[in-house]
Design a protein around this ligand. Structure first.
Ligand code: NAD
Length: 358
């Protein structure tokens, strides 16, 4: 069995998780080609620490562009494709599902076809000589009630257009493995948090709004539960899977840190109170504002990550309390990064109220 895959083609490497993965892989001395279209969610500042590293190459392009894919694969000769490029924001998928269908399904299909040709040609069709790693979400499993956890055997029941598009690409990856023998691995991960996350997602939204003195929006009554995983722990899990995961296996990756949204927001406000006390006194928690819930908002996600722990020896390292405080501090200390988001035209407008709640 291969010890380590040295040359990686990573798609979506200018996004939140992709950039954490690129930084870690380069830090470990691997060669990385990052293929990214640079949508609104991308930020090349996320990669400043590696941009001049000789192990790193950036290619701007779309995963649906087959001639480009053939060229990039032919030049890079990767030991694995790690596929993270996607449209990822549930609220945007409610307002405009088309981009989600195009990138997450059609784009993933193009990438799998290109990878299949490359694997059969340059890699001689040897399953050990290549991996196609499809990075997915626990949202494909739908919502849990008060109890229970998602395992690798949980049935698919996606509820949002985003989740449905990821479920579809998971199914394509499975089929490309079963039908064509492409050595596919799939991972389904819980909510990530950490530095460099685009501020439309919950944790940076809270931080950006808190320090701007703006209302901190909490959907519904904030009772939805998510299982939080630090992005660096996720990046480590992804490399364990691409190195040692078995073809056709799927792996659930989670932080074992279930928290209700409202409790998370209160904890984050308390961390901010300590790290940057409000000028006029009081707590940032006073800015919390309950807003109309997201249509089809899944109540609870929780991951059973015992398979990856048992077979690949990966476990999350970061306790949520420590990771949350460090994340708050990172956003406070990185003014230039925050400014780059605002300069990019992000206005924090509420999205995704178009659907009809069930
Ligand atoms: P992100 O939105 O921060 O970044 C996505 C990246 O993909 C961006 O850099 C964007 O430019 C790029 N991209 C989009 N469309 C593209 C296209 N057609 N061609 C090339 N590049 C394109 O996303 P993220 O939060 O880092 O998520 C990465 C992956 O992990 C996604 O596949 C997502 O479904 C999955 N995931 C995310 C989470 C989470 O909590 N963020 C949890 C589980 C799974």
């Amino acid at each position: 069995m291969t010890e380590r895959r040295e040359t990686l083609l990573i798609t979506g490497g200018a996004g939140f998780i992709g950039s954490a993965l690129v930084r870690r892989a380069i830090g470990e001395g691997r060669r990385v080609v990052n293929l990214d279209k640079l949508t609104y969610a991308a930020n090349l500042r996320n990669l400043e620490s590696v941009e001049n590293n000789p192990l790193y190459t950036f290619v701007k392009g779309d995963i649906a562009d087959r001639p480009l894919l053939d060229r990039v694969l032919g030049d890079a000769k990767p030991d694995a494709v790690m596929h993270l490029a996607a449209e990822t924001h549930v609220d945007r998928s409610i307002d405009g599902p088309a981009d989600f269908i195009q990138t997450n399904i059609v784009g993933s299909y193009a990438l799998m076809e290109a990878a299949r040709d490359y694997w059969r040609g340059a890699r001689g069709g040897d399953p050990e000589a290549f991996r196609f790693h499809h990075v997915s979400t626990d949202e494909v499993f739908g919502a849990l009630g008060e109890t229970g956890v998602f395992t690798e055997e949980s049935p698919y029941a996606p509820n949002s257009p985003y989740a449905a598009s990821k479920a579809a690409s998971d199914m394509l990856a499975r089929a490309w493995g079963r039908t064509f023998g492409l050595p596919v691995v799939i991972s389904n991960c819980s909510n990530n948090y950490g530095p460099f996350q685009f501020p439309e997602k919950l944790i940076p939204t809270v931080i950006f709004n808190a320090i701007a003195g703006a209302p901190i929006p909490v959907y519904g009554r904030g009772e939805n539960v998510r299982d939080w995983l630090h992005v660096d722990d996720h990046a480590e899990a992804l490399l364990a899977i691409v190195d040692r995961g078995a073809p056709l296996e799927t792996y659930n990756v989670g932080g074992d840190e279930e928290v209700r949204n409202i409790d998370l927001v209160r904890r984050l406000c308390a961390a901010l109170d300590e790290l940057r006390p409000k000028a006029g006194g009081g707590s940032y928690a006073e800015q919390i504002a309950f807003v109309e819930d997201r249509p089809g908002h899944d109540l609870r996600y929780a991951i059973d990550a015992s398979k990856i722990a048992g077979t690949l020896g990966w476990r999350p390292r970061t306790a949520f309390a420590d990771g949350l405080r460090a994340t708050a501090l990172w956003y406070l200390e990185n003014d230039a990064w925050r400014q780059s988001i605002q300069d990019g035209g992000f206005d924090g407008r509420r999205l995704g109220l178009e659907g009809t709640s069930p």
